[in-house]
Design a binder for this molecule. Structure first.
Ligand code: GTP
Ligand code: MG
Ligand code: ZN
Length: 304
């Protein structure tokens, strides 16, 4: 990237921007950027490269947002329209889930993967808290691992108590800009603390009542790693809604549907109720996983 200023934290009002000498400059975004981008709830995201004008008081004013190499969006929440940009300019996005407390949400994983396919972001999956696995949990994780690896995604199983797994994760992060995205309480910040012991970032309890996290991390932040690379820790999100994908294109972002969809009778087939559908045929032949097909139908319904 051709700019030496990068947004490392955003609170909505102020942005922390790292400069060429590693200094951190508290910066503001002039209102004009907000007017231009009504379909986006946050015009600047963590990971963005920007140009700055630095004032006499040492604070910055963002004058330009560099064109993004890629970004991860989700459907805006709280009744707002458009998309929220979770992070920009990344080499790898990891969806983090935990085996228990909270339990794995396969729908979340598939919505995340579809978004990464559509927005050209390399994606991987982390199943954390393997130390909490009971009964059938381990075979379930193995099934998920086989399924998603076959589709071409990297899958890691981790526990902050298992040093070997933390090392493997650390190797995957080295030299890249990566991001952890997932529900609250799955251990995103704990994994980062385990990979980089000096950080001491705040982690939170799990609610005994709901088995979910308590939204401990409140702002996305980009953290430099000792052995090269950056990781963006993000606040836990309840929902990961898919945005801006036309219904007729959704199946392009399911790798296992790309070949079968070539056999559909109608060029604009949505693989739901149409006759002569190659995807439905593949599903009936057992060539497409039932949960993945049901994720497909759920996402299809959510798009307009
Ligand atoms: N048993 C076990 N607990 C873990 C593991 N990783 C994290 N935890 C615990 O899970 C709880 C939540 O961890 P956090 O790191 O705060 O989770 P988070 O995903 O960052 O949550 P938010 O910041 O709210 O999005 C803490 O009590 C951690 O100690 C793990 O591998 N095994
Ligand atoms: Mg956290
Ligand atoms: Zn079809």
């Amino acid at each position: 990237m051709n700019s030496s200023y990068r947004v490392i934290q955003s609170t909505g009002k102020w942005y922390k921007v790292s400069g060429p000498d590693g200094q951190v400059i508290e910066s503001r975004l002039p209102g004009i950027f907000r007017l231009n981008k009504k379909e986006v709830t946050n015009p600047v995201a963590v990971g963005d490269y920007v140009e700055l004008e630095i004032g006499e008081d040492g604070t910055g004013s963002i004058t330009e947002i560099k064109v993004r190499e890629n970004y991860v969006p989700r459907q805006a929440t709280h009744g707002r329209r458009g998309e929220q940009i979770l992070v920009a300019n990344i080499d790898k996005a990891w969806v983090v889930q935990s085996v228990r407390q909270p339990k794995i949400n396969a729908g979340f994983i598939d919505r995340f993967l579809v978004t990464c396919e559509a927005y050209e972001v390399h994606a991987g999956i982390i199943f954390n808290k393997t130390d909490l696995a009971k009964n059938n949990d381990l075979s379930l994780i193995q099934e998920f691992t086989d399924l998603y690896e076959q589709l071409g995604y990297d899958v890691l199983t981790t526990s902050i108590e298992d040093i070997t797994s933390v090392k493997k994760l650390s190797e995957q992060l080295s030299g890249k800009t990566s991001v952890f995205i997932g529900p609250s309480g799955v251990g995103k910040t704990s994994l980062l603390n385990a990979v980089e012991p000096g950080l001491g970032l705040k982690v939170g309890d799990i609610s005994a009542r709901t088995n979910k996290g308590k939204h401990t991390t409140t702002y996305a932040q980009l953290v430099p790693l000792q052995n090269g690379g950056f990781i963006v820790d993000t606040p836990g999100i309840r929902e990961f809604g898919v945005v801006n994908i036309p219904k007729s294109e959704l199946s392009l972002f399911f790798p296992e549907m790309r070949e079968p969809r070539e056999h559909c009778k109608f060029y604009n087939c949505t693989h739901f109720h149409e006759p002569g559908c190659g995807v439905s045929d593949a599903y009936e032949q057992g060539e497409i996983d039932a949960d993945r097909y049901s994720s497909y139908l759920n996402i299809l319904e959510s798009l307009d």
